[in-house]
Each structure stands twice: as structure tokens, then as C-alpha cells.
Design a protein around this ligand. Structure first.
Ligand SMILES: [Zn+2]
Length: 360
């Protein structure tokens, strides 16, 4: 097919046909079906728009999915007191039994979730409760904080006066453990016949271990980001500036490939967590290109690549390496990268080390 992508009339008739089919009795709740339908056509529309704008690599939704996320909307969700505690009841299509799931003892029933998603995640099903939060009033604070997301320290922030370092030792050790588990299971799994009983057994056990470690990593990231956002609120910060790693950073040697992956993953997660947590408090989040922010001296503007954990400049300025990154990200956002405005900084910058973030 060349020229115009004439998908739209086709989509319309397809949608109409689907709606006719959907009006018959179905195993799922009508709104759950609607959700899948709208998700599918949304993807399709998105594809059409991309093609129209000249993106030749865009492909229509074509992969068959083994597991689809099922969504229950508010009207299909009920809570009840079961024999052994609280339960959530999710209605299905007429004539079909609802899905009933026991809730943990501490579960808070005060807020009713807007939707519940049933998600398949590496060998097990999970229920994701999605809540609606009232939009926070935008605060008009002047404060700006720059954040450097690094390999050694997940977050280092600088607000013009104080540098905060969030220690990543706990998270890093979890990553090492994760790699170890993958390697040791990989060896065992390689020795079995694919899809044999033992093979499945090992694969299941492997994901169970990985899932637990991933949850611990997420827990650590949640604790760091919550602490950070709360700190911002206390200090009247109006804007959080994050450095974007997807920009040019080619001349930095990551060492191992795995490091880079980890880094990008953590960056994405931290950005996502900080963004939604800050939004809830009415703090703005900006993402800027972080190139040169780790090399420029905040004191004299000279460019120089630090080789150790400390940044040492010819002018005598010495500072924590990731702290320099955070200072420069803030400066860059203000349009002052390399300006020697920080002449008095070296002596006046406060320094705070965050303690280890553990699950206790
Ligand atoms: Zn310098």
C-alpha cells in the first residue's frame, strides 16, 4: 500500500461491527470489554497518525498477546466482608460468576479505586488498584532543585545551597544479587531439556526469586523518591529539574553493557516516581539534556572529566562528583551553565549525606 493510508474508513466499520458483537452476552463485564476495545483502536489510530506523519517504521498492532490486562471500572467493583476478612468483588458479564479476591488485613477501604487492573506479571497474576487523586494546588515557590541520577548514587540533588546524596548501596547490592540469581539459574536451566518438567520448575523458581528482588528494588526507589519529594516540599521547591540521559552522552564509558541498562532503567523509574509524587504536591518537574553537566566546573566554567569520585578542578575547586552534576543541571536549567556565578559557592555549599535506605 502506498500513498495515503486509508485505514480510517476501515477502522470505523470495524468498530461498528465489533460493537454489534459486543451487544451480545459476554463472559466479561461490558465496561471491561469496552476498555480492551478502546485500547486496541487507540493503538490503531496512533499507528495511522504516525504513518500519516511519515514514520515508515511504524507498524500496525499485529502481535497476538497471550495475556491481556483486564480492567474493571468503578461500577463493576464492590467490597464485602467475607468469612476470612475483606474481599473485593469484580463483576463479570451477565450469567457469569464475579471474581472474588481476598484482601490483605491492613487494606484501606476508605477510598474506592477508580479502576482495578488484572495484570499478568512473570508467571503470576497481580491486581493493580488505581486511585484518583485530587489535583494539588500549584505552588508558586521559587526554589529550583537540580537532580543528577547516577550509577553509584541513585539521586544527588542540589537546591542552590544544600547538596543531598541519596545512598544507593542497598539498591546496588540488590542488583548484584539479581544478576547472580539470573546467572546461577541460567546455568541450571541450560542443562535441562527445554520445556521439560524440571525446566518449567526452574524457570518458575527463578522468576519467583527475581520478582522478590525487583520488589525490594522498587521499595528502595519508592523510599528514596518519597523522601526526596518531601524534602523538596519542606524547602519550598517549585521546580525539580532532572537530567535526561537519552541525550548525547556517547563519550562516557559505561564499562559493562549491563551497567548502562541498569542505569537507564533506574533513570526511567526514578523520573516516573519523582514526577508523579511531585505532581501530587504541586511541584513542577522538568527534564533537560544533561550533556556536559558532569564535566563543567561550577566555580570557573572549565571543562574537565573527573576520573575519581571527586571532582577536582585546576582552579582549586573540589567537590563530590555527582554533586557537581546536580549543581550544573540546576545551572543549565537557569541558563547559567559554566557561568562562574558560583565563586563563593565552594565554601558555602552545605553537604548532607542521606543514610542508607533499607527496608527496615
Ligand atoms: Zn574550576
Amino acid at each position: 500500500m502506498h500513498g495515503s493510508w486509508g485505514y480510517f474508513p476501515c477502522i470505523k466499520s470495524c468498530e461498528l461491527w465489533l460493537d454489534k458483537q459486543l451487544s451480545k452476552s459476554q463472559p466479561l463485564h461490558s465496561q471491561s470489554i469496552q476498555e480492551v476495545r478502546s485500547r486496541y483502536f487507540k493503538n490503531w489510530h496512533g499507528f495511522c497518525v504516525l504513518r500519516r506523519n511519515g514514520d515508515k517504521t511504524a507498524r500496525p498492532p499485529h502481535k497476538e498477546k497471550r495475556f491481556q490486562t483486564t480492567t474493571w471500572k468503578k461500577s463493576a467493583i464492590r467490597f464485602k466482608e467475607g468469612l476470612f476478612g475483606k474481599q473485593v468483588v469484580m463483576s463479570n458479564g451477565r450469567g457469569n460468576k464475579p471474581l472474588v479476591v481476598d484482601l490483605p488485613k491492613k487494606f484501606n477501604l476508605e477510598n474506592i479505586p477508580a479502576i482495578i487492573n488484572l495484570v499478568y506479571n512473570r508467571g503470576q497474576y497481580e491486581l493493580h488498584f488505581v486511585y484518583k487523586i485530587d489535583k494539588a494546588v500549584k505552588c508558586e515557590s521559587e526554589g529550583i532543585v537540580g537532580v543528577d541520577i547516577g550509577e553509584v548514587h541513585p539521586m544527588v540533588s542540589h537546591d542552590g545551597l544544600i547538596t543531598n546524596i541519596f545512598n544507593g548501596r542497598h539498591i546496588r547490592s540488590l542488583y548484584r544479587l539479581r544478576n547472580k540469581v539470573i546467572a546461577s539459574f541460567g546455568k541450571k536451566i541450560d542443562r535441562c531439556k527445554r520445556h521439560s518438567q524440571r525446566w518449567w520448575h526452574l524457570v518458575k523458581r527463578k522468576w519467583k526469586r527475581i520478582r522478590k528482588i525487583d520488589n525490594q528494588i522498587m521499595d528502595g526507589l519508592h523510599k528514596h523518591t518519597t523522601k526526596f519529594v518531601k524534602l523538596c516540599e519542606e524547602r519550598d521547591i517549585g521546580t525539580i529539574v532532572l537530567g535526561d540521559l537519552t541525550g548525547i552522552r556517547g563519550n562516557i564509558n559505561y564499562g559493562r553493557r549491563a551497567n548502562q541498562k541498569l542505569h537507564q532503567w533506574a533513570f526511567g523509574k526514578i523520573t516516573q516516581l519523582v514526577t508523579y509524587k511531585a505532581k501530587a504536591l504541586g511541584i513542577k518537574v522538568e527534564v533537560i539534556d544533561e550533556s556536559y553537566t558532569s564535566q563543567t566546573c561550577p566555580n570557573c566554567g572549565n571543562k574537565h572529566k573527573p576520573s575519581t569520585r571527586d571532582y577536582k578542578c585546576k582552579c582549586g575547586f573540589t567537590y563530590h562528583r555527582d554533586g557537581v552534576g546536580a549543581i550544573n543541571i540546576r545551572q543549565k536549567y537557569l541558563g547559567r551553565l559554566g557561568d562562574p556565578v558560583a565563586a563563593t559557592m565552594a565554601s558555602s555549599i552545605g553537604f548532607q549525606l542521606e543514610t542508607r535506605c533499607c527496608s527496615a
